[in-house]
Ligand binder design. Structure first.
Ligand code: P53
Length: 478
């Protein structure tokens, strides 16, 4: 192990998952159909297709996930064995309101999360809840067009209010929208559907739809912050951003300016949540691009009054950008502007492995938002094999160790306030982007394949004992 100074004693160590990727039990106890339930499996090259309804012959990996719904007691006990102080999951909106906007919440769904959070507390684990993690009720998408509609904003606030009232004694840390900024890459239909429930018609302006839906989410997020604080001032509500810093490919001034503007574009969501208003560049941007974003007269005041308590971030990779000779307007196109960074290796799924980028991004986020940060996801997905009851995931230990070492420098040498660190993922899950089981992330292996075949038995990987030592030493032994 690599010895170094310990992290602060109050640091919240742990791991994360999301309901749709691990629970399975897609129809149990009155649960409704979510967007994840109509997504077929894809792979690194093939985007996940979406069907209008669940078809008999389709392979829908989120229907079974890793069966956390029936294994949560065993899983949380194993997290406790690793020493988790904090466990992040999401509440599936469709377990509480099967259609998203039903007249009454589903008591069986609320009871299930009561039991999950009570189990966490039995082991002294602080739960953290994401209210919207890529799992909108399908009804709200098909009947209202997802977050393009103000009705869905109101339905979300109602769902969130029910959760906050029911669970505020058990859950102190809340996140509103998972990776709300993935949709900055609005050319990718998957990002629009996952973040906002947008399924666009041919000819619709995807960028306009994205900004409109995101506006409704930002207003909803700000309302939820205010409601949470009114219920109890001890609740802490964060935004959640996929933090992928964008580097210029070289010192060409156009590359440097374009990378900086790309960061503005990809992180304006965080500006609104942390600072309470849109950044100055957006009004001229919208005007120059012919975009009209409808804002209700009360929205500006809601955004100003509902700034977040902390900024939750995932960190997986950095991006590197090269300007195109043709685009003098510096408009960011994530599909064509990014290039391979020769200085960093890649994961099996082509994601740049860049631990120094985490230290850089934490410094950047701190200077920009002046709020406590919380790494609520960090990890690496790879194919693994179970041999004689063992999984040798040394590549995961190497990845996490290097990232923790850089995070420690950000905290102890750079003075960045970081509240905690949650690895993605506590146990194996179904990949969000590809729907594959074989892109594994956990400390705990789950015996299931891409088709849900397998015993669902849990097996501790090599990284399990490593992380246990890390937490027991408060991060001194990496
Ligand atoms: P998967 C894109 C870029 C970075 C993180 O991702 C992302 C995405 C969207 O897929 O998602 C987050 O499973 C997300 C998790 C997800 C995890 O990162 O696509 O919050 O739900 O599982 C890893 O390999």
């Amino acid at each position: 192990p690599m010895q170094g100074p310990a992290f602060p004693a109050s640091f919240l160590w742990g791991g994360a998952v999301a309901a749709h990727q691990t629970e399975g039990a897609w129809q149990a106890d009155g649960k409704g159909v979510s967007i994840a339930d109509v997504m077929l499996a894809g792979d690194r090259q093939t985007p996940r297709a979406v069907t209008p309804t669940v078809t008999a012959d389709g392979v829908y990996p989120n229907h079974w996930g890793t069966d956390f719904y029936h294994h949560y007691r065993e899983d949380i006990a194993m997290m406790a064995e690793m020493g988790f102080k904090c466990f992040r999951t999401s509440i599936a909106w469709t377990r509480i309101f099967p259609n998203g906007d039903d007249p009454e919440p589903n008591e069986a769904g609320l009871q299930y999360y009561d039991d999950v959070f009570a189990t966490c507390h039995e082991y002294g684990i602080e739960p953290m809840v994401t209210l919207s993690h890529f799992e909108l009720p399908l009804h709200l998408v098909q009947a209202y067009g997802g977050f393009a509609s103000r009705h869905v904003l109101d339905a979300f606030v109602r769902f969130a209010t029910v959760c906050l009232r029911r669970f505020h004694h058990q859950v102190k840390y809340w996140l509103t929208f998972n990776e709300i900024n993935n949709q900055a890459n609005w050319r990718d239909p998957h990002a629009l559907l996952q973040d906002s429930g947008l399924l666009l018609q041919p000819g619709e302006n995807a960028e306009q739809a994205m900004f409109q839906a995101a506006h409704h989410e930002l207003v909803a997020s700000a309302q939820v912050v205010q409601i949470a604080h009114a219920i109890s001032p001890t609740l802490q509500v964060g935004g959640m951003l996929a933090l992928c810093p964008i580097y210029p490919a070289g010192p060409a001034p156009q590359d440097v300016l374009k990378a900086s503007k790309a960061m503005d574009y990809r992180y304006y969501f965080g500006d609104v949540q942390a600072l309470g208003h849109y950044p100055a560049w957006l009004a001229p941007y919208w005007a120059e691009h012919g975009l009209t974003i409808h804002q209700a007269p009360e929205d500006a005041a809601i955004l100003a009054a509902g700034t977040v308590d902390f900024v939750g971030c995932s960190y997986y990779m950095s991006f590197t950008l090269k300007h195109q000779a043709a685009d003098a307007d510096y408009t960011y196109n994530e599909a064509t502007d990014l290039t391979t960074n020769p200085n960093v290796p890649q994961s099996q799924w082509g994601w740049a492995i860049d631990p120094v980028g985490l230290r850089y991004a934490l410094n950047w986020a701190n200077a920009r938002w002046h709020l406590p940060l919380f790494i609520v996801e960090n990890g690496i997905g790879g194919a693994e094999t179970l041999v004689d009851g063992q999984v040798h995931d040394q590549y995961r230990i190497d990845y996490l160790r290097a990232h923790l070492a850089q995070m420690r420098l950000a905290i102890l040498s750079d003075g960045v306030p970081v509240m905690g660190y949650l690895a993605w993922s506590a146990l194996d899950i179904v990949s969000a982007s590809t729907g594959e089981m074989k892109k594994r992330y956990g400390f705990i292996y789950v015996d299931a394949d891409d088709f849900g075949h397998g015993s669902m038995a849990r097996v501790r990987k090599d990284s399990f004992a490593w992380y246990q030592r890390v937490i027991a030493s408060h991060g001194a032994d990496l």
